[in-house]
Design a protein around this ligand. Sequence first.
Ligand code: SF4
Length: 367
Amino acid sequence: GVSDLGLPPVLPRHRTRRLNVGGVPVGGGAPISVQTMTTTRTADIDATLQQIAAVTAAGCDIVRVAVPTTEDAAALPALVARSPLPVIADIHFQPRYVFAAIDAGCAAVRVNPGNIKQFDDRVGEIAKAAGAAGIPIRVGVNAGSLDPRVLAEHGSATAAALVDSALREAALFEEHGFTDLKIAVKHHDPRTMIAANRLLAQRCDYPLHLGVTEAGPMFQGTIKSAVAFAVLLGEGIGDTIRVSISAPPVDQVKAGCHILQSLGLRPRKLEIVSCPGCGRVQVDIHRLAGQVEAAFEGFPHPLRVAVMGCVVNGPGEAREADLGVSSGNGKGQIFVRGKVIRTVPEHLIVETLVAEAMALTAEPEDT
Ligand code: SF4
């Protein structure tokens, strides 16, 4: 496909096998899905479902919940039954929670074999249970949870070490005839993470889950993730993404959606084209852009809305926008499809833009 500007978005996708995560296809050329993890106590079913509803509205495709306790495992059946999104159980230490998650009807299970004691002995049973339930398993490693044997061999969490560790885990499942696997190798350094995923793409055809782990606070973390994902997705590598920033799940999802939209890999709904401001600016452009963004939150139609700080260059710079405003002298010139249709006082700019956007996207009425 091509983006809405007619630019080819990325190189052809790296061929991976197709998984079904609770009805969401992952890999094999399926649209790249966005994931996040809830931050509520999983055992608090109502709070967790509320958060899942919020991330669903923000564009999330698959949600992961941590299962650190028996109470969390016990909440899984109710969560799975009521969640609008496929639920992946995230399990670190206890194989018995893996079986509980499979029994609960989770769409997939994420295990971290480097962290599960005696994991090697239990793989056969896990493979059998997941195989019988028809659900995929995500294996993989973070730099912090590398298989100690691999760490000893490589000396540190290099890209090659991450890949060896992940493929060794995959091989444990393969030995039991289980290949319904998704792989993630995460590192906080985008360069190591990029190198590791390139290696993985050469060495296997499992769908790849991209993530820069512990990417940091919102600003730094979003940029680190965007840089790493853009390089990899631009090369056709990656089937599902998670932006692991220290910010609420909704923000992680928004960041993930923006990254895919920027690469033309997900249709854009609303795009705000706003100028940075310069010495000609005649309005508090940063504030106005934020107000417009907030007013259009969740707007369901694909529109490009321009917010420009002056009337001199505004409309010209925003020629490709569907509608917009150029500010000056305490007023806003509202333009639609390149033509100024009216001028309103500054305090009416936002509501006028919303009204014009609704008029532009309204269904034609029957006459
Ligand atoms: Fe400067 Fe006007 Fe361009 Fe904004 S639209 S950057 S204020 S010239």
